[in-house]
Design a protein around this ligand. Structure first.
Ligand code: FAD
Ligand code: 2HG
Ligand code: ZN
Length: 475
């Protein structure tokens, strides 16, 4: 260890207490990414308790020329929250900053520390009689800071938007260690550049989010969930159109799941009862309606939608949850897919978005190309169809060595998928961000003008490249 690194560690211990500067023992929870794609080595994992401590850490790191990787729950999908292998970066974990600071029911806002775990925030809001609608399978461990850092999407976007749309104000420690208090609960504020939106989705490369003011909604009175077997992706898109028509703003979730994705759930979580497993339906859909009207009225409308869809031939069969427990079980099936896929082995993920109407054609063409180039390849296709966002994932052929498949074929698979995404004018990252995994691809798929502006922003806000260097943009 260099003298300047030892000096820095001393300063960090002074700032946050020795017990919160971790340099020894098993640090894999901080140093390895969720997908186990990469394992790094940090100089230290530093766990501040408040914003002033974050500012002190940043100032000390800037003076020492040491870079910082902000980290929340470390559930990111694109290797963005773990250190590189050099042992010279610090991981700044926000997990100790986990309070809900204030809830203003009159303004329908909640102000929260960035390290607050999403599920805790949902629960606090629900107890107070409000809905915080952001919802994703990692909610038991991801943090609001990480959700903002990645502009996470999840399963309620069709109604409430991405994390960006839910955020009214931010508190940020800049790359120089200054504190920007932008914790406003205003719904209108056109006083120049919107720094909040610059920070959201910047994946820790422009500053550290330490607090946020988020929007709340009234708790829905009636919530109805169904799972429907559909004869094709075209039918799923047709069903989505009908759902918009019949449920209008009540439509809160519309997720599609391919047959093989569901098989993985049955295989790895046999205790789950997955409907329609014996049917020939190539896809199933989970859809949800949330409303302020009475349960009976909402149910009538929901069931009418399914009747119309069946008559139109776009639904083969459907089950409507009769209780919250049944609804949770249906959602649990959908949310178990990434975990089941992880248990099946290393895989190649594509988090893509395309106009909803063109998704069936995209899948037909891309499936065919992949199957021809990589015979036996297993396609784990599912996702947020209501938002035009597919997790078009690729698993090695059955029995093949997954590590070897990734090593030898990931590049080729990505080229097929992303070139097709370009042809369809889609995005190569709909909701997971860029991290280091997609950084080089971004250079091929984003316009040089856009990349130039992004580099100028990075240079202006973080000229020393302290904040998560090499993520999103090349260092
Ligand atoms: P981390 O993984 O710790 O960090 C993610 C990025 O944000 C990193 O670049 C990090 O540097 C930066 N960051 C973290 N905290 C801060 C901060 N305070 N200030 C600035 N930058 C920060 N994502 C979706 O969008 N939709 C889904 O449906 C979804 N489902 C998932 C399901 C599972 C099972 C898993 C494992 C992941 C899923 N994800 C999903 C991905 C992931 O959960 C989200 O990206 C989440 O927002 C990350 O939060 P986190 O606290 O774990 O952040
Ligand atoms: C989801 O929607 C997540 O479940 C994870 O975004 C997607 O694992 C994936 O590919
Ligand atoms: Zn997703």
């Amino acid at each position: 260890m260099t003298t300047s690194h030892s000096l820095l560690l001393g300063q960090l211990r002074q700032a946050v207490g020795a017990a919160n500067v971790l340099t020894q023992g098993d640090l894999s929870a901080y140093e390895q990414d969720w997908r186990k794609r990469e394992t790094g080595k940090s100089l230290a994992v530093v766990r501040p308790a408040n914003t002033l401590e974050v500012a002190a850490i940043v100032k000390a790191c800037v003076a020492a020329g040491v870079s910082i990787v902000p980290q929340g729950g470390n559930t990111g999908m694109v290797v963005g929250s773990t250190p590189d292998a050099t042992g010279t970066q610090i991981v700044l974990s926000l997990l100790r900053m986990n309070s809900v600071r204030a809830l203003d029911g009159g303004n329908l806002t909640v102000t929260v520390d960035a390290g607050c775990v999403l599920q805790n925030l949902q629960e606090v809001c629900e107890k107070a009689g409000f809905l915080f609608p952001l919802s994703l399978a990692a909610e038991g461990s991801c943090t609001i800071g990480g959700n903002l850092g990645t502009n996470a999407g999840g399963t309620q976007v069709v109604r409430y938007g991405n994390t960006r749309e839910l955020c009214l104000g931010l508190e940020v420690v800049t790359a120089q260690g200054e504190i920007w208090d932008g914790l406003s609960g205003l719904r209108k504020d056109n006083t120049g550049y919107d720094l909040r939106h610059l920070m959201i989705g910047s994946e820790g490369t422009l500053g550290i989010i330490t607090g946020a003011t988020m929007k709340l909604y009234p708790l829905p009175v009636a919530q109805l969930t169904a799972m429907a077997a559909v004869p094709s992706l075209d039918a799923a898109v047709q069903l989505l159109g009908l759902a918009h028509q019949h449920l209008s703003a009540g439509l809160t979730g519309f997720e599609v799941m391919g047959k093989f994705a569901l098989r993985l759930v049955t295989k790895h979580f046999p205790q789950q009862r997955v409907p329609f497993q014996d049917s020939d339906a190539p896809y199933c859909v989970v859809l949800e309606n949330s409303d302020q009207e009475s349960e009976a009225h909402a149910r009538e409308r929901f069931e009418r939608l399914l009747e119309v869809a069946m008559a139109a031939g776009c639904v083969l069969d459907a089950v409507v949850a009769e209780s919250i427990t049944q609804a949770r079980a249906l959602w649990h099936i959908r949310e178990s897919i990434p975990l089941a896929q992880a248990q099946e082995g290393l895989n190649i993920k594509h988090d893509i978005s395309i106009s909803v109407s063109r998704i069936p054609e995209f899948v037909r063409l891309t499936d065919a190309q992949l199957e021809q180039a990589y015979p036996g390849v297993r396609l784990v296709n599912y996702g947020h169809l209501g938002d035009g966002n597919l997790h078009y994932n690729v698993q090695a052929p059955a029995g093949a060595d997954a590590e070897a498949f990734l090593r030898d074929d990931e590049k080729g698979v990505n080229t097929i998928v992303y070139d097709m995404v370009d042809q369809f004018k889609g995005s190569i990252s709909a909701e997971h961000g860029v991290g280091s995994l997609k950084r080089d691809k971004l250079e091929h798929h984003k316009s040089p003008v856009a990349l130039g502006m992004m580099r100028a922003i990075k240079q202006a806000l973080d000229p020393q490249n302290t904040m998560n260097p090499g993520r999103v943009l090349r260092a």
